[in-house]
Design a protein. Structure first.
Length: 202
């Protein structure tokens, strides 16, 4: 009789729904939490990108004033102050490169293409625009430049993610974003002529 009673209870076990909610939650919770943490991470990145771009734009304009050259450290520190409220452990690396005109931005120095391969070779003559005695694929000179010069100000921010989601996704828990602006310095004086010279490697 005991065996018959067990057989009668078996169908009841198959239709028993007690505990189903716990099992479903255990399956869904990790995915939901990952999506929630990812949303926080994305929100932080988007907000930080907006604040960072605005700070870099302001720094570019302030540096373009006649007083900019004497206050570059203070200007860069101001960018960091604006970021600290959003990313307290953030670190910024910045650079400034200057050109004569907007058309020069990102362009290589001219060279005599002796073998017509459209690539600069070490033995070809070139026009040294930035005064470093070597051919450059970007003719910029380092630094803020002077009156009327075009300046590309680039800053890179590394910061800790708001949630430690990096390890779960195979990423780093420290993220990096960049911002840049291209502005002309104010015409507080005459634009300095850039001495160009022909260089022919021997």
């Amino acid at each position: 009789m005991a065996g018959l009673s067990s057989l009668r209870k078996a169908p009841n076990l198959a239709s028993d729904s007690n505990g189903v909610t716990v099992v479903e939650f255990a399956l869904i919770a990790p995915v939901f939490l990952l999506m929630l943490l990812g949303t926080f991470d994305l929100g932080q990145a988007i907000y930080l990108q907006g604040v960072f771009h605005g700070a870099v734009q302001d720094a570019g304009r302030d540096a373009g004033l006649e007083s900019g050259a004497a206050n570059l450290t203070a200007i860069d520190n101001q960018v960091m102050l604006q970021i600290k409220s959003v990313a307290p452990a953030g670190a910024i690396i910045s650079s400034r490169r200057n050109y004569t005109t907007f058309n020069d931005v990102g362009t290589p120095e001219d060279f005599e293409d002796a073998n017509n391969n459209n690539v600069y070779d070490d033995n070809e003559c070139f026009t040294d625009v930035n005064g470093n005695d070597q051919w450059d694929s970007d003719r910029a000179a380092n630094g803020l430049g002077g009156a009327d010069d075009v300046v590309v100000y680039t800053a890179t921010l590394s910061y800790d993610r708001i949630v430690p989601i990096g390890g779960m996704m195979g990423w780093s828990d420290r993220n990096t974003i960049s911002a840049s602006t291209v502005l002309r310095n104010q015409p507080f004086g005459s634009q300095a002529a850039r001495p160009e010279k022909q260089v022919c490697p021997t």
